[in-house]
Ligand binder design. Structure first.
Ligand SMILES: [Fe+2]
Length: 248
């Protein structure tokens, strides 16, 4: 039986209400990427970051670093892989490449205490998170994608994003990536060029945040945050704490 137009409208309104109820203004999220930060890899990390709700890693970090953070802060951590520190990545994939599996049979999964977010849509504290790891293709290495192949990596996310739009009032809140979008926080060299397909994703699915790494920031005055339409794009190099705003 087809639902009536009035019924669909009610469902949409319920989703909108849930959205407003779930986003907590002032929730802090610790974002990390690319570099082991002495401010975090320290005995005082618990006193510095005890008020964060959870941690997001945009990749290129050793899994043992996540283990330290989760063990010390005792908060949930979500991560994607970048183009470095990817030896254990395959053990996290649902469909594994049988050839590299044979070559790497000695490499088992490393305990991180974190949750692998690549190709997944998950909820944490009422926020909808999705993850897309890897960088632009530049030398044929692992976890490198063309814009076309990155689009294919996005496809498994679509059904759950649409489900969220219908029943929760929005597609997602945070997209966690390793690479930045094309032309925003990226660099012109072949390795650090961003993905054009991320621009398309932001236009269509309107995440409130896109958290990325990959581009190292050595200048304290370097731009970390850029607004693109309805999405705040943040470079998480070293670490940054974002405070989520209600952007209904
Ligand atoms: Fe990278």
């Amino acid at each position: 039986m087809k639902p009536s137009a009035k019924g669909l409208q009610s469902i949409a309104l319920m989703g909108r209400f849930r959205y407003i109820a779930c986003i907590r203004v002032g929730m802090k999220v610790l974002c990390i990427a690319d570099h082991v930060d002495p401010f975090i890899y320290s005995a005082s990390v618990k006193s510095r970051f005890s008020d964060v709700s959870f941690i997001l890693s945009a990749g290129d970090l050793a899994l043992e670093y996540y283990d330290f953070i989760v063990s010390t802060l005792n908060k949930p951590l979500y991560f994607v892989f970048g183009n470095h520190h990817i030896l254990e990545r395959e053990s996290y994939l649902r469909r594994q490449d049988p050839f590299t599996q044979i070559a790497r049979k000695q490499v088992g999964p490393t305990y991180t205490g974190g949750t692998f977010l690549e190709g997944r849509v998950l909820s944490e504290r009422g926020l909808i998170l999705a993850g897309l790891g890897g960088s632009i293709w530049y030398n044929g290495g692992e976890n490198q994608y063309t814009n076309f192949s990155m689009f294919f990596s996005m496809i498994p996310l679509f059904p759950k994003l649409v489900w969220n739009r219908i029943f929760r009032g929005r597609y997602l809140d945070i997209l966690l990536t390793h690479s930045p979008p094309y032309g925003i926080n990226d660099l012109p060299d072949p390795c650090h060029t961003g993905f054009k397909v991320f621009l398309w994703f932001m236009r269509v699915f309107k995440p409130k945040y896109l958290i990325h790494g990959h581009v190292h920031l050595y200048d304290r005055n370097a731009v970390r945050e850029v607004q693109y339409r309805r999405t705040r794009i943040v470079n998480a190099f070293d670490h940054i704490v974002i405070e989520l705003e209600n952007q209904k």
